[in-house]
Design a binder for this molecule. Structure first.
Ligand code: PLP
Length: 373
């Protein structure tokens, strides 16, 4: 028996291999490796899929955050509120531009920014810093509470930048991720719900003005004349080959999201009576980047599952404010007790659209055994 995979990219490749080979061959045939036609075609298709008005692809989810923050004019002296219970990029992009990430706590049932704590953080910002914006993260695939966060932000005159690296394809109140904030970033890292075969990302924007700025930043701040760069930018382009691969993967992505939901439903049916399973907020769907349990004896359960051949992962064992590079940045008033507790409780189960029902049953049985149910 082939060992169960935590995320099985090979199963997806088997299903799509001929089409992906043809898409890559198409790029080799036309030879436009940088900003070839597949890039604009993908941007149109991502816009149609999500409902976002403008899509600017880029080289990674991290570049997407950096470029979005550059377009927002973020710099030294600015405070940007970010969760601590997230991947490093959310705070790293802020710090890279000389601004200060200010850590806020998350809600224990959604794992996403706690709007109440954000409101207290905004009312009492660190001395000497000018609060300018907030970056909610759609952790594990579920959109943050954009209505509540937007209200806090609006009242304080802050922008909202959605870090949707894990949630492209999800929705809230019938609106797709990419339309829930004025600016949204996502990632096409291979293990994300929609991933390419290398690094990739995108920014989804409401206004054409913002999108035009992002297109300029993506190519060294270019203007209308090739050798008159108008601003400081980066080399942030998505490779044509990755765009060609993503177009094939996007064509089956809706079906894959349905398959992920089916796995989540079967996990919930098999486990909700014995462990804390993920909860979706009202009107939310998830892209199910991860299916994450909360367990008192997390490490014990992980060891038992490993012994039973069930791979698991911990996202995240240490919140950012406890990591070496970030521990000198300020945490909001009241501290981050929920983030600290979750880091010791979370355990993610195998989750991908090609996970067989028999493997799902193996996972459910192993978890039940591990918690003594
Ligand atoms: C993956 C991820 C990123 C960064 O994406 P890359 O494409 O790896 O640069 C940013 N934020 C979150 C929440 C992520 O999960």
């Amino acid at each position: 028996m082939i060992r169960m995979q935590f995320i099985d990219l090979a199963a997806q490749q088997d299903a799509l291999r001929d089409r992906i080979d043809a898409a890559i061959a198409g790029v080799l045939d036309h030879g436009r490796y940088i900003m070839g036609p597949e890039v604009a075609q993908l941007e149109d298709e991502l816009g149609a899929f999500s409902g976002a008005a403008h899509v600017v692809t880029c080289a990674s989810g991290t570049d997407a955050l950096v470029m979005a923050l550059m377009a927002l004019g973020v710099g030294a002296g600015d405070a940007v509120f970010v969760p601590s219970f997230t991947f490093a990029s959310t705070a790293e992009s802020v710090a890279l531009l000389g601004a200060t990430p200010v850590f806020v706590d998350v809600d224990e049932s959604s794992f996403n920014v706690d709007a109440g704590h954000l409101a207290r953080a905004v009312a009492d910002p660190p001395d000497g810093l000018r609060p300018v914006g907030v970056i909610p993260v759609d952790l594990f695939g579920q959109p943050a509470d954009y209505a509540a966060i937007g209200e806090v932000a609006d009242r304080a005159g802050l922008w909202v930048l959605a870090d949707a690296a894990q949630s492209f394809g999800a929705s809230q109140a019938g609106r797709g991720v990419g339309t829930l904030a004025a600016v949204t970033t996502t990632s096409f890292f291979p293990a994300k719900p929609l991933g390419c075969y290398g690094d990739g990302g995108a920014i989804l924007a409401e206004s054409e003005e913002h999108a035009a700025l992002l297109r300029s930043i993506r190519v060294h701040g270019s203007g209308s004349h090739k050798y008159d760069n108008e601003r400081i930018g980066i080399n942030g382009r998505l490779d044509t080959i990755q765009a060609a691969i993503l177009r094939v993967k996007l064509s089956v992505f809706a079906d894959e999201l349905t398959a992920r939901q089916r796995v989540a439903d079967r996990y919930a049916a098999g486990l909700a009576d014995v462990v804390s399973t993920p909860q979706l907020g009202d009107g939310c769907t998830s892209a199910w980047a991860q299916y994450t349990l909360r367990l008192d004896d997390r490490d014990g359960v992980a060891a038992a599952l490993q012994a039973d051949g069930v791979p698991t992962a911990v996202y995240y064992p240490r919140p950012l404010h406890q990591q070496t590079a970030y521990r000198d940045f300020p945490s909001a008033v009241g501290g981050l007790p929920v983030s600290e507790r979750l880091a010791g409780e979370v355990l993610s189960l195998p989750m991908h659209p090609y996970l067989s029902e028999s493997d799902q049953d193996v996972v459910v049985a192993a978890v039940r055994r591990a918690v003594g149910a």
